[in-house]
Structures are given as structure tokens and as C-alpha cells.
Design a protein around this ligand. Structure first.
Ligand SMILES: Nc1ncnc2c1ncn2[C@@H]1O[C@H](COP(=O)(O)OP(=O)(O)OP(=O)(O)O)[C@@H](O)[C@H]1O
Ligand SMILES: O=P(O)(O)OC[C@H]1O[C@H](OP(=O)(O)OP(=O)(O)O)[C@H](O)[C@@H]1O
Length: 229
């Protein structure tokens, strides 16, 4: 059997992860054609590459189906309520930096803080007879953050992509999403609440606390950790 390493199957995260491992003498690559989700590992024996959606890696780590996985802090904290019990952070990889934030339309000139939002949310409910809608895919983190801030008059609307567009499309009044350069927010006429930072995220190498290992796998796991940790 082998030590299983889960890596995002596409895009910037996959390419930068391959570069990060390569700088440590371990070559990861997709096998076969560009569309085939099989991987190859060179530079260390006994390790196999599993290409997965970045969003599924937390669950696979927690279930012990992979021993190591690369994905963002945001996805681990969102998908695993008790993440410290399931995974350990081995290394922050220095890319995939993104902030999970709360943003409102620019034209809400009197809303710059969570305190302002709380007042507007209560007023919105009185006037419209329904709660102010926040579009996001980070349901757990947003609920937890707003509970801590004492904001309760809102409803979450699920948005799995192009979240910044939901305000113009009138399916939500505001959003909670990740931002990196801020360009998508600006292009969609949204501004971040001054105290609306929910989480700072970056690509991280995680180790499963639950994945079983036999004696041979333990040796491989320790050798891998010595090279990467
Ligand atoms: N613009 C960005 N800049 C930096 N990091 C980003 C950016 N967009 C997303 N990320 C990070 O990349 C990781 C994967 O993001 P996301 O869930 O959007 O993946 P995806 O490409 O939609 O993949 P999949 O749909 O296969 O899960 C997350 O940890 C996220 O924080
Ligand atoms: O601050 P910026 O540099 O503009 O980056 C932020 C954008 O990047 C991500 O989207 P992605 O491109 O992954 O597409 P998605 O919205 O479909 O997830 C994220 O969801 C934001 O929309």
C-alpha cells in the first residue's frame, strides 16, 4: 500500500503545488492526457498522487482516505467543524492567499461596519418583511462570524460561484466571499466592511489524523514529513 497525497486537480492551485513539491525534490504530474485525473510521483517511493477537487480534500482527509492533502485554510475551516481533531497543518505553502470577507454595495454609503450592518438588517426586515440576503458558499464560517458579531437579521443564500454577481442579479443584497486582488469586488461595485474580515486563507499542506498506516507506510510517511515539514 502507499501513502496517499491529495492535490487539487486543476488550475493555479494544482500548478503551484506541483512547483512547491518539485522545489523539494518530489515531482508530481498528471498522468496521460490533460483530462485524465490520474497522477504520477517521482523522487520518493511509496507515495501515490490523488487528484481531487480542492473542496473535497478536507472531507477525504477527515475520513482518512488520504494521508496528506493540499487545500486552502478556508475550505478546511468551512467543511470540518472540528478541524483540529481531523487534520494537522504541516506547512503553509505561501500561495493561494485569499481573505474571506463580508462586502456590501458601494452605494450603501451609511454602512461601513458590522454595527451599521446590524442596524440596516433590522430596518431592512421591517421595510421589506423579509431578511436581508447574504450570498456565500461559506455557510458555517459566515454564521459563526455573524453570531460572534451579534448580527442576526439575515438569511444565507447559497452561491457556489460568481458570488459577486448576485447583488446585481438581485438574488442577494450582499455577499461573503474570498478576495485576493480585490478586482472582482471593485468590478461589481462592492466594498468590504471595515471589520468584515472573517478569515485569512492560504494553500496549506495538511496531514490526516485519522488515516491508518502500517509499518512500511509509517516509514514513507516519516520520510515525506522530513522532506516537507
Ligand atoms: N482568486 C484567488 N486567489 C487566491 N486564492 C484563491 C482565489 N480563488 C480561490 N482561491 C483559493 O483556492 C482554493 C480553491 O478555491 P475554490 O473552492 O474556488 O476552487 P475551485 O477552483 O472552484 O475548485 P473546485 O470547484 O474543484 O473545488 C480555496 O482555498 C480558495 O481560498
Ligand atoms: O480578488 P480577486 O483577485 O478578484 O479574486 C477573487 C475571486 O476569485 C475567486 O473566484 P474564481 O476565479 O475562483 O471563480 P468562482 O467565483 O467561480 O469561484 C473568488 O471566488 C472571487 O470571485
Amino acid at each position: 500500500m502507499t501513502i496517499k497525497l491529495g492535490v487539487p486537480s486543476k488550475g493555479r492551485l494544482m500548478e503551484k503545488t506541483f512547483e512547491w513539491f518539485s522545489a523539494r525534490g518530489i515531482q508530481l504530474a498528471r498522468a496521460g492526457s490533460e483530462r485524465e485525473y490520474a497522477g504520477v510521483v517521482e523522487g520518493i517511493d511509496g507515495v501515490s498522487l490523488v487528484l481531487l477537487s480542492a473542496g473535497e480534500i478536507p472531507r477525504e482527509l477527515a475520513a482518512g482516505r488520504i494521508h496528506f492533502g493540499v487545500t486552502g485554510t478556508d475550505l478546511v475551516h468551512e467543511k470540518l467543524p472540528l478541524w483540529e481533531q481531523s487534520v494537522i497543518s504541516v506547512a503553509e505553502l505561501g500561495f493561494g492567499h485569499a481573505d474571506l470577507i463580508l462586502a456590501v454595495p458601494h452605494v450603501w454609503t451609511d454602512v461601513d461596519t458590522l454595527h451599521d450592518l446590524d442596524a440596516v438588517a433590522a430596518a431592512f426586515r421591517k421595510v421589506h418583511g423579509r431578511r436581508l440576503r447574504i450570498a456565500t458558499k461559506y455557510h458555517r464560517l459566515v454564521r459563526e462570524f455573524l453570531r460572534g458579531a451579534g448580527v442576526a437579521d439575515y438569511a444565507l443564500v447559497d452561491s457556489q460561484g460568481a458570488t459577486e454577481g448576485t447583488v446585481a442579479n438581485e438574488t442577494a443584497e450582499m455577499i461573503a466571499d474570498i478576495t485576493s486582488t480585490g478586482e472582482t469586488l471593485r468590478a461589481n461595485h462592492l466594498k468590504i466592511l471595515g471589520d468584515g474580515m472573517i478569515l485569512r486563507s492560504q494553500a496549506t499542506l495538511w496531514k490526516s489524523r485519522t488515516a491508518a498506516v502500517d509499518a512500511a507506510e509509517r516509514q514513507t510517511l516519516d520520510a515525506l514529513l522530513a522532506r516537507l515539514g
